[in-house]
Design a protein around this ligand. Structure first.
Ligand SMILES: NC(=O)c1ccc[n+]([C@@H]2O[C@H](COP(=O)([O-])OP(=O)(O)OC[C@H]3O[C@@H](n4cnc5c(N)ncnc54)[C@H](O)[C@@H]3O)[C@@H](O)[C@H]2O)c1
Length: 253
């Protein structure tokens, strides 16, 4: 098992969904968690669950799209927990069913501000500390929808594709400091985001038709990959996108 003993891990959007299961698995593996979210009650509930696991989490509350507020929340969390060793850029919103005609400027801005600007400036906030200590792990959470094509949410797919491009640039730029940057691009995962968009019936029909393994993922299955990429066992892996998607997207190299 990939130990994270002694590490401080900041997971954006970890109040609910996959971010929360990433936090719980990393805490079980020894990391001290900074629970970041826009939703304070959700973050407090997640922190309570981490305490029940024996952890000592720290809260960081901000809208990830607000670069200054996020940098300040990260600075305050580092003062309490110590410097961030691991950053998971996870906070996100759904793309919905939105053909181009329905995506106005505000919806476009919100999508890119949360996924791309949010990850960009959270990374910028933790970078000086990682460089100073000569190491760190950054995982960007994209989606299969940034790898292929979906007909009715170009703003979501474009933002996730941008995260894959940033992953490659940052992996190259930060390699001299032994900071590894990777991307996890999940297929369909059973989180509150997906429960809000689907029914049991629609999930079953979709999975049977489009996902070779015939089901959606449990969030813990994605967390196992994220925790591995954040561990010393993945020290030679950087600049990569790994997609746990049940075979929904299979590409050659
Ligand atoms: N669920 C899926 O099938 C799936 C598939 C591929 C990728 N993803 C991506 O995985 C990530 C997590 O998704 P999820 O399904 O767990 O979503 P979720 O909606 O269940 O949880 C998202 C969390 O992010 C927080 N958040 C949202 N906007 C924020 C903001 N502006 N600032 C700070 N926090 C914010 C929410 O409060 C929530 O706690 C997202 O980036 C999503 O795009 C999800």
């Amino acid at each position: 098992m990939a130990s994270l003993e002694g590490k401080v891990a900041l997971i954006t959007g970890s109040g609910k969904g996959m971010g929360r299961t990433h936090a719980e698995l990393m805490a079980r593996r020894g990391a001290r968690i900074v629970v970041h979210d826009l939703d304070r009650p959700a973050a407090e509930e997640a922190a309570e669950a981490l305490r029940a696991l024996g952890g000592d989490p720290v809260l960081a509350i901000s809208d990830i799209s607000d670069a200054a507020a996020t940098a300040e929340a990260i600075r305050a969390a580092e003062a309490e927990a110590g410097p961030i060793d691991i950053l998971v850029n996870n906070a996100g919103i759904a793309g919905g069913d939105n053909p181009m005609e329905k995506i106005d400027e505000a919806a476009y801005d919100r999508m890119f501000d949360i996924h791309v600007k949010g990850a960009f400036f959270a990374t910028k906030a933790v970078l000086p500390g990682m460089k100073a200590r000569g190491g760190g792990k950054i995982v960007n959470i994209a989606s299969v929808e940034g790898m292929g094509a979906v007909g009715d949410r170009a703003h979501y797919c474009g933002a996730k594709g941008a995260l894959m491009a940033l992953t490659k640039c940052w992996a190259l730029e930060f390699a001299p400091w032994k900071i590894c940057v990777n991307c996890v691009a999940p297929g369909w995962v059973l989180t509150p985001m997906v429960f809000a968009l689907t029914t049991e019936e629609s999930r079953k029909a979709h999975a049977e038709k489009e996902i070779p393994l015939g089901r959606y993922a449990d969030p813990e299955e994605v967390s196992a990959l994220v925790a591995f990429l954040c561990s010393a066992e993945a020290d030679f892996i950087t600049g990569q996108t790994v997609s746990p998607n049940g075979g929904q997207v299979i590409v050659g190299i």
